[in-house]
Design a protein around this ligand. Structure first.
Ligand code: ZN
Length: 307
């Protein structure tokens, strides 16, 4: 539905307005976590036999030849998440050494395939006979006979390969300790909402969960981080953890049109208390929810419950 609205928007020249309304509907940490768990269950242990890469270069952050060379002949040993990135840990068994001495010198060759879904990216696990969807940019044939496919109509997604451990920067919001969280935000002059969205501080928190966390913590999005007390920051720490954990438990919430790694509609929606509820009564005090623009994104809050 959203994708359709966007495309119509492009044709009628309403791009700016629609981009403002819909630019937030990208997968955030809980959705990526759900996708990653689905992928890990389905493809870990499988071997990538061959790779086909399309001609569009936008989603490729490593050269196509390098991506193919890194993926082909590798075993997928684990699929996990780093911020909003999907990380495939790959391994190539070292050639059998002739003597025990050389064997100890040869380690299994390790590498990583990193996928960022952007706004409309999807990773599908399908049978090889399944019809190839439009906007498919990569197909990895697996030894099991299935295929991993990357589909992305708007091409904001990113594909890259790494030989060392990939580090997107920032800290994992579900792993950060309270004291570290407080230190990240304490004294910053930016609005707290912008600081929450800054991926160099926390990685993976996007617009929806930032709004929901601020609502639960009773803090307005425009408040400067430096104006928050230790107590405010402690409540916010608790709220971020609570919101993300609830959303993961529900399988990630989504207002976009992407699907899980089986290609099925895979997401339940966490009931948003403020996000997307402009002018609707606050679920706590009935005051109409407000929407404001902040760093080009829409922010929703209750003017009574949030100070
Ligand atoms: Zn309220």
């Amino acid at each position: 539905m959203y994708a359709l609205a966007y495309r119509i928007g492009l044709w009628t020249g309403k791009r700016r307005e629609l981009a403002f309304l819909y630019s937030d509907s990208m997968p955030e940490l809980p959705e990526v976590e759900t996708i990653v768990r689905g992928l890990d269950k389905r493809v870990t242990g499988d071997m990538i036999e061959s790779v086909w890469i399309g001609t569009r270069t936008q989603p490729l952050k490593s050269p196509a030849a390098e991506i193919a060379a890194t993926l082909e002949g590798k075993k997928i040993v684990r699929v996990h998440r780093a911020g909003k990135h999907i990380v495939f840990d790959l391994e190539k068994k070292a050639a059998r050494a002739k003597t025990r001495r050389t064997a100890s010198l040869r380690e299994n060759e390790r590498s990583q395939w990193i996928v960022h879904l952007g706004m409309t990216g999807r990773m599908l696990v399908c049978e090889s006979a399944a019809e190839i969807a439009k906007h498919t940019h990569l197909v990895a044939k697996l030894a099991s006979g299935r295929e991993l496919r990357f589909v992305d109509p708007r091409m904001f997604g990113k594909l890259s390969v790494h030989t060392a451990d990939f580090d997107p920067g920032g800290v994992e919001p579900l792993e950060v300790a309270e004291e570290e969280f407080l230190a990240l935000f304490r004294g910053r002059k930016t609005p707290i909402k912008s600081a929450l969205l800054n991926q160099k501080l926390l990685r993976g928190v996007g617009n929806i969960y930032a709004d929901e966390s601020l609502f639960r913590a009773g803090i307005r999005p425009r408040r400067r981080a430096s104006s928050l007390t230790w107590e405010d920051l402690r409540r916010l720490y608790g709220a971020v953890q609570e919101v993300l954990r609830e959303a993961i438990a529900l399988g990630g919430s989504s207002i976009s049109d992407y699907v899980d790694s089986d290609g099925e509609e895979g997401f339940f929606q966490l009931q948003h208390r403020v996000y997307g509820r402009e002018d609707k009564p606050c679920l706590v005090c009935r005051t109409p929810v407000k929407r404001i623009a902040l760093i080009g994104r829409s922010s929703h809050y209750c003017p009574k419950c949030q100070k």
